[in-house]
Structure formats: C-alpha cells, structure tokens
Design a protein around this ligand. Sequence first.
Ligand code: PLP
Length: 818
Amino acid sequence: MATSKPSALDLKQDLKRHFDLTLGRGDTNYSRHYLYQSMALAVRDQLVSRWRETRERYRREEPKRVSYLSLEFLMGRTLHNALANLDLEDQARAALQDYACDLETLETEELDAGLGNGGLGRLAACFLDSCATLEIPVTGYGIRYQFGMFHQKIVDGYQQEAPDQWLRDGNPWEVESPENTRRVPFFGRVVVEHDPQGRECRRWVGTEDVLAIPYDIPVPGYNNDTVNTLRLWKASATEEFNLGEFNSGSYTDAVSKKTEAEQITMVLYPNDASEAGKVLRLRQQYFLASASLQDILHRWISRKGHDFTGFAEKHAVQLNDTHPTIAVAELMRLLMDEHGLGWQEAWALTESTMAYTNHTLLPEALETWSVSLFEHLLPRLLDIIYEINARFLQVVAQRWPGDVDKQRRLSIIQETPERAVRMAHLAIVGSYSVNGVAALHTDLLKQGLFAEFYALWPHKFNNKTNGVTPRRWLANCNPGLRDLITETIGDGWIRDLSQLDQLVPYADDTAFCERFMDVKYANKQALATLVANKTGIEFDPSWMFDVQVKRIHEYKRQLLNILHVISLYDRIRKGDTASMTPRCVLIGGKAAPGYVMAKLIIKLINNVAHTIAQDEQANQWLKVAFLPNYNVSAMEIICPGTDLSEQISTAGKEASGTGNMKFMMNGALTIGTLDGANIEIRDAVGADNFFLFGLEAHEVAQTRQNYNPQQYIEADPNFQAVMHLLQSGHFSLFEPGIFDPIIAALTASTDPWMTAADFSDYCKAQEQAACTYKDKTQWARMAVLNTATSGRFSSDRTISEYRDDIWYRAPEAVRKVS
Ligand SMILES: *Cc1c(COP(=O)(O)O)cnc(C)c1O
C-alpha cells in the first residue's frame, strides 16, 4: 500500500511543531542547528509509517531475510538522501521559506555518520541504499560507535587526529529499541555436563555479560515506500553490575566495570587494510556477531519455536570481510548450547547460511587472533573452532591423503610464529559463497591467496564487482548533471543506471557537450570554494582539476602522484612550460594514526604544496592542495568537480576501488593502472578514453624478482631531477632529513609498491592527459563517454547479482554446495 505524500503544508506544520514543541525553541531563535533538527524529525515522521508497513509486509510475506554484517557503515549525511528518496525536496524548500534559510545551507548542519574507514564501509552504505531500492529484505547490522572515524587536522603539514563527536548534538535518525536488547557473554570457562539423555554437552559458565542495545536507523528506498533497517548495537553494563557490586560497597570498582563494558562500542578502529590484533577489537567483532545472530534466532523462535527446519531457506548472512566471521562459530554455539541442536544439524544450517566477501589481498590485512587471547575471552568459541577445524582437516586429508603440509597450510589454526585463528579460513570453511569484489581480484584469490581452497570447493567462489549508489553519487551530489541527463533521456536511469548508455550518441553532439562542460565548470567552482575555505589555496576552475582522494596507503601510491607534481614544478623552474597545461592538483585522505610512513607522505604532500604556493613562477602553472578531513560529504563536492581521477595503485593490490566509479559517473577521465575495477572501467569506456600506464599485476610479480629502482631513476632525466630536489632537502629546508625514510623506501630493491618502476610511464600518461585537456572538444567527448558508460558500476547491479547468485540461489543448490 502506497503511503500518501504529505502536502507542503504538512511538512511545514511538522517542521514548526518540532521546532516549537519538540525542541522548545521560540520564534526569536531561528538557530540553523535547531532548524536542521526539526527538519530531520519532520522527515523522520514521514519515514516511520513506511518503515512500519515494510516491517509488517516482511512479517506477513515471510521472504528469505538477508543480514548484512559489517563492522563499518560509512553513511555520511542522511537528510538530503531521505528527502530525495521520499521525493520531498520541493516540499522541504517550501517549508523553509519562513525561516530565511535555504535547504543546502541547512543540510550542512548535519554531521557525517563516519562509522567506517573508507571503501569497505562506504560499500556497505551503498549496498543498503540499493537493497531498499530493489525492495530486498536486508537488515544491516553494525556497531554504534560513540566516536566514528577521527577528525583529521593538518598542523604544520602533519596530520593530527581529533575525536569525532558525531553524537554530540543527538542523532535524530536513530530510534532506540531497548525491548530488543541482547546479552553477550565474555570470559568465563567451559564445563562438560551430561543432558538427561546422557549425552555429553558443554556449558559456558562464569561469564561476564554485556548488554547489546539496538539503535535502528531507517533506510529508505528510492521512491518506493520500502524502508529497511540498519541496526547498530551499543554496549551497556548489565543490571547485575549495578545491583551486585554497587550494593556490596565497591562502588568505584562497579563503576569501572560498567565503564569497561561500555568501552566495547566506544571507538571505531581507524586502521584501513591492516589489523592490529587488539583485544577490544575482537570484543567488538564478537559483540556484533553474537547480538545480531541472537536477534535473527529470536525472530525465528518467536514464530516457529525450536524447530529449525527450513531456517537456511529463510536466512542468509553476508559477512563484510573477515571482521564479523566469528559469527560462524557463534551460530554453532547458539544453535547447540542455547537451542539444543546436534553438531551435524547445526553445521548444516551454518554452512548454508553464511556467505563471505573478501576485500583484500594484502597479507598484513589478513586477520588472525592469537589462540591464547581467544581462550581467555571466548573459551567456548575456541572449542567450537577446534571442532570445526578437526572435521575440516579430515576433509582435506581425504582429498589429499598423506599431504600433511597441505593440512598445515589450510588449517584454521596457524602454528607459527604463534598459534592463532585464521579468520579467513574460518570464513571460507563456514560459508557457502566466497566472493571477491572485482574480476581481477577474484581471479587473484582463486589463483593465489585461496588457490587450495578453490581446488577443494570451486563452486563456492564467485565475483561481485563493486558498485556505488547512483542516487547519492550522481543524482543527489550533482543536480546540474542530473537535470541535464534527465532532460536528455528521461529519469529512468536513476533506478536503472544502464540507461545512461543512451547518452553515448550525445558525445558527438556539440550542444550537449557544451552544456555538460558548463555543468562541470560550475561544479569546479564549488570545489574551488571548498578548497579555498579549507586550505587557503585558490584553484582556477578553468585549469585542469587533477584529484586523488582516498585513504593514504603506500599501495595506493600518493607518493607517485606527488613525485609527478615535483617533476612539473621542476619543469616550470627550468622554464620548460611551452606545452604545459595549467593544473590544480588536489590530494586528500586520512592515514591510520599508527602508520608512520603514510603520515610522512602527508607531510611531504603538504610541504610540496607549500613550496609551490610560495613560488610566483610555479603558480602560473600549478596549484597543489592537501584537503584535510576527507569524508563522504567532502567527496560529494569533490567528484562532481573533478576532471582527472587518479587511480594509480600498484597493480594487483587494490581489490576494487569505488572512488574510481564515483568519478567516472560524474564525467571525470581516469589515469590509472590495470588494477581492481579500473580494468572493468577501461573495458566499459574504451581504451581510447582512459589514460593507462604502469606494470600489470603479473609484471609486478615478475619485476619483483630482481627489482632495481636506481636503474629506473638513471634512465629518466626527469626522475633524476625529482630525486635531486628531494635529496637536497628542497621541501624540508627547516627540518633537514625528515623525508629520508621516503627516499629510502622508494629506492629500496624490496619496495613492494614498485613506485620507481612506474614513474616514467606515469609521467607520459600525465602528459597525454594534459595534452588532451587542451582540446576542449575532445575532452568533453571523453568526459561524456565516461558518464554514459558508467551504468555497470551502480550498486543496484552489484546487489542484483548478490540477490540472484548468493542470497536467493535455489535452496537445493545451496544445500548441494554445502
Ligand atoms: C568512496 C570513498 C572511499 C573509497 O575510495 P577508494 O578510492 O576506492 O579507496 C573512501 N572514503 C570515502 C569517504 C569515500 O566516499
């Protein structure tokens, strides 16, 4: 049943009611902040009835439910997306007329929900939008971190981290649901007992429990009345703490216990693509897995009792990387210890319910947890993992009799350097589906990292190339382009992005191309304003905007980018500007607080930017800025205003990338390596419309055999000049030697990222891009083609593949693979 849309008057009245009554603000105080809160509450009112109806529909129709478990959801702001999906934008503008505030300004009052590091967390957010839009009954399960991704400041060129207080002013989008509180055990010990039938059973006793309180956030589909749920868990101390320990007189001990429980959901770990092995992180993972699975089982039991026949036909659990993988063992525990199932029955359910998405090939990112830590924190879970492993190793022994080495390599338990649980192995063994996130990535998983698992279970492996939601990343963030596209081909593309291919013929339509580039110019003005406000550097919108924004990591090679910038600077100083294209280079991204090299790269970028800003001559041709605190809201201004998208990772290291897709949709051209989804982007847009450079993945592996960076430097006078400027301390006059570690890494034969090997080819591709940019007609044509062929990179396409190949594969097929 469609919910009727409120009239302008309704929204206006709701806004006023919340402003006057809910928040108790008089008409003398039109503070923007309270106005934002009132608008958010008024819009939430509109979501609530649709939300309830969606829940009731799912209850009535009993479709198969999908739970998307992720330690990260990088949602960004909610208001604009909610208004657009409910088609209430015009009403909101009308409602604001009395308050002398425009909608865009009001929207900037909202703080980003930054509950994620980067691509992996943003993917989860895009997926939720697509699931609601495609009306798939998917619930996101995550953690309500009190502090999300840290706020980055740049002081004297160095990154400084400040806490992200996103809940400071309250969160109007969440609804606390204490009636659905779950109880998560930790510590304690395992005792062996016998049930009335005399069967041996194990009990986890003496645990210290923590309460998980759910906070629900509505996830509206695009113009369709479906509102799904993102359920985020907050940790809280149990009542026993309060009663028992407080009354026994140890007041301060009791308070510190309570604080310890609540620590679990205090802060997001700011590590992207690397694991630190911290106890609190394992507690977060188990807390999420246990609370979410209890939630799922509770709903089943309240309707069907303890008969689990058909459970797997009605549930799928998608694991976003190995982070929530303890769910495999936890589902076994809950089914056996709490609900009385035997091992075989429980295992059949578990391995036909769980599906695992791998996100990285980097060895430092593969999670292991020490056995001793597990034993202390989750003794019953370790028990179960041992049993899963024993049974799995029998399968390995049957398949490869006598091959003890293979058993050692495949074992869920690693023996050296310390005994540890390999979470990826647990995920593969416990899942019916294992997917990579781009074609190359999945191939590399099958051939390399997981080759032996692939040999054992080829049917489990599949590819699901990532995508991004075209609502947030085109329609909402780029209204100029949205209107031009809709005027040209209608608005069907917002739900079906493949329709953008109807724009292909317009790449040769002069009038269309001109309008397309006018929109781009306006977006560049907006981006220039952002850059000026945040850095003081003035970008000229008529210059080429060359942008690299993403987490700072050596494999993503921001260093390669800045080396190229230095080479341009060197050319300008030498007067070699005859054929130069003026360009503005923007770099942004956060480094993990403990990642020393990444932080030093930020310092180098800032010092180079500073040196260039001080140089009158260089400024005629080149502007460089480091944008602090890159986040979702910044990207919404950045990708519409970019000409050239930098996707320059070492081939074979970037699993997919999704920033590359946002830029492409908004008409940026890519300069990139054959890595991750870049390959598929280039296939889609055509080799002529992509600036390719660098070694391929197999060449990287080969070249590594006897890699000699010096040979590449000596072969290229440009490269020599760059190294000379670096080594002479030109960018660190007041802090001599600070960049020595960068020089050492770049020139080491062991450099895993092979930056030197790709430098010369990169500069050539940059020169080609610069040359092309001078030909406005040609550039416009290529830009239009990028948008026109980006349809495949909608997360709607990705999610429809998850739906058809993983979540709703016929149950027989599911059972057959288990
Ligand atoms: C899209 C996005 C990312 C992922 O960028 P990659 O270039 O794919 O690494 C990271 N952070 C934010 C804020 C994003 O919007």
